[in-house]
Design a protein around this ligand. Structure first.
Ligand SMILES: [Zn+2]
Length: 118
């Protein structure tokens, strides 16, 4: 069984670090220090998040989306399962990349395809 709380913490830290790169005002930095998970509904925080999201580049945005998806799946059977082939993703991979949505084989196949397209 995977330590859900540890993974959640890791994911939230990753997410925060991504946002931190583009945080500029005190408000935004403050928002990053608050518990993102419990208070997301609050209006002011949501505005900060939208502003920060705007400044992130495509790659960072994709990473945040991946992290959010993983957080959403965490605690369900879907977490830790490859979205492509449905096989369990090895815990060692999840430890290194907690937001991983694909197993190593499928992730590599995807990268090869992307490389071919160039
Ligand atoms: Zn797979």
């Amino acid at each position: 069984m995977l330590p859900v709380d540890d993974i959640r913490k890791k994911l939230l830290t990753q997410r925060r670090n991504l946002f931190r790169q583009v945080a500029q005002t005190e408000d935004e930095l403050l928002w990053l220090e608050t518990d993102v998970e419990s208070e997301v509904e609050e209006r002011g925080q949501e505005e900060s998040m939208v502003r920060l999201l705007d400044r992130l580049d495509g790659r960072a945005k994709a990473e945040i989306e991946e992290i959010d998806r993983a957080l959403f799946k965490l605690g369900t059977e879907q977490y830790g399962r490859c979205e492509q082939c449905g096989k369990a993703i090895p815990p060692s991979r999840l430890e290194a990349v907690p937001a991983a949505a694909l197993c190593m084989v499928c992730a590599q196949a995807g990268e090869n395809q992307a490389a071919l397209r160039k």
